[in-house]
Each structure stands twice: as structure tokens, then as C-alpha cells.
Ligand binder design. Structure first.
Ligand code: ADP
Ligand code: MG
Length: 244
């Protein structure tokens, strides 16, 4: 058995008095796609943000490729450089064209030369179907195109795994498919992925595992077809009846 890509044990997170994560245990194996669903406010984003330490866990352990990232001595930059993150809002730099958006972090964090960064940027833009837009500024792209550029930007850092927090929730419905197609390709190439999403079709077809969160706990998890087709908890049934 190889080391899990992500291993979370007894994770608790408080914001002040408010306990937002109440003892989370789960793991993601290498090349697995885990989808996370659940009502608004259930702690999905907080969980994802704890995994790359954008949030500080209150207690519990998180291992990324076997490294305890809750250890105060850990090199957070090194850990984060293995984890790509894509948000609902694309967060591209508005004053830079697509190519420069993809090169900044490569140059600053990976210390790549300009020509190397550009070469890698072009390869990843090709992957997400945006190769012909490298000189375009974000404002001139659709939301779906911006999100594909944001995915390319994360990929150009050569992460070992990708975290997606509702990557299609801000998109007009007709633009969702192109972004999901890129994510589907990534999954089929063996990228380890943790995806918070309301796209149940994607979860069913691409997910190896589906996690249902409610009020800071994982209420149930398992094969997506099983969880979606035959949910065990009333809360899961209620949630699915609203989104399916
Ligand atoms: P989800 O992504 O499932 O909608 P979140 O993880 O964003 O849920 O939020 C879970 C709970 O934590 C919510 O009640 C939210 O208001 C609270 N919360 C999230 N971030 C913060 C923060 N930085 N400070 C205080 N409360 C927060
Ligand atoms: Mg959220």
C-alpha cells in the first residue's frame, strides 16, 4: 500500500467559539478523485483550506504524502508547492495577460527562467484548450475560460494533487461543461484530486469516493453511485432531494 496523498485524522477547527469541523477522518489515495458535497456552511471549504494550511487546524493531524503538515516545523512553502488550488472565484491578476498570469508564480516560487516558465505555461494552456488566448487579458475572457486559465496556472506549478473548491459554481450553466471536461481529463491522467462540487453528474462519473459533510462532520462516504443512489442518512437524502 503506498502512502495516501492526503490523510486527515480527528481534525477539529474552531472559529472563536464556533466549532466548524468536529472530528474529520478521511484519506485520499494517490490518483484518486474524492468529491465533497454538503449544505452551505457545513465546513467543506474550511476542510479544503486546512489541507493546504490556508486555515490553521485547531487540533488533529493532516498528512500530505506522509508529511505531517500540522507540525510547526514543517516547510509550508514546500508543502503548498505540491498542492494546486482552484477557487470558485478565479483570482487571476487582472492587469496581466494569460501568459503572464501563468508565469508569475513559476518564476517567483519555482525560480524558473523566463523561457522555461513560458514553455511550461504554453504546454498547460494547450491542455486546457486556451493556447490561442495567451495574450488576452482576463476581462476579455468568459468565466469558463478564466477558470480554465486558473486551472492551467495551478498545473504549471507541477503539483502532485489539486484541490477544487466549487470551481464551476460561479459560472453560467453553458460554461460549466468545458471546465468539467478539463477536470475529467486531469482525473483520467491520474491526478489526485479533492473536489468540492454540486455537480452530481461529475461526482458520479469521475469520483472514486464521495464524501457528504453536514454541520462539521462526515455523515457518510463511499462509492458515489452508492451514496447518490442509496443514501443511508436522512440528512443526505434531504440534501440530495434538493440538488439532484
Ligand atoms: P461550506 O464551504 O461548506 O459552505 P465553510 O467551510 O465555508 O462551509 O464554513 C463553515 C462555517 O464556518 C460557516 O458557519 C462559516 O460561517 C464559518 N466560517 C468560515 N470561515 C470563517 C472565518 N474565517 N471566520 C469565522 N467563521 C468562518
Ligand atoms: Mg464553501
Amino acid at each position: 500500500m503506498s502512502t495516501p496523498a492526503i490523510q486527515v485524522s480527528d481534525l477539529h477547527k474552531y472559529f472563536g467559539e464556533h466549532e466548524v469541523l468536529k472530528g474529520i477522518d478521511f484519506h485520499v489515495n494517490q490518483s484518486q478523485v474524492v468529491c465533497v458535497i454538503g449544505p452551505s456552511g457545513s465546513g467543506k471549504s474550511t476542510l479544503l483550506r486546512c489541507v493546504n494550511r490556508l486555515e490553521e487546524p485547531t487540533s488533529g493531524k493532516i498528512f500530505v504524502e506522509g508529511i505531517d503538515i500540522t507540525d510547526p516545523e514543517v516547510d509550508l512553502d514546500a508543502v503548498r508547492s505540491r498542492i494546486g488550488m482552484v477557487f470558485q472565484q478565479f483570482n487571476l491578476f487582472p492587469h496581466m495577460n494569460v501568459l503572464d498570469n501563468l508565469c508569475v508564480a513559476q518564476r517567483r516560487v519555482k525560480k524558473r527562467s523566463k523561457s522555461e516558465a513560458v514553455e511550461i505555461a504554453r504546454q498547460t494552456l494547450e491542455k486546457v484548450g486556451m493556447a490561442d488566448r495567451e495574450n488576452t487579458y482576463p476581462a476579455h475572457l468568459s468565466g469558463g475560460q478564466q477558470q480554465r486559465v486558473a486551472i492551467a496556472r495551478a498545473l504549471s506549478m507541477n503539483p502532485d494533487m489539486m484541490l477544487f473548491d466549487e470551481p464551476t459554481s460561479a459560472l453560467d450553466p453553458e460554461l460549466v461543461g468545458d471546465v468539467l471536461a478539463v477536470m475529467r481529463d486531469l482525473a483520467s491522467e491520474g491526478m489526485t484530486m479533492m473536489v468540492v462540487t454540486h455537480e452530481m453528474g461529475f461526482a458520479r462519473e469521475v469520483g472514486d469516493n464521495l464524501v457528504f459533510m453536514d454541520d462539521g462532520v462526515i455523515l457518510e462516504e463511499g462509492d458515489p453511485r452508492q451514496v447518490l443512489g442509496d443514501p443511508q442518512h436522512e440528512r443526505t437524502k434531504l440534501f440530495l432531494s434538493k440538488v439532484l
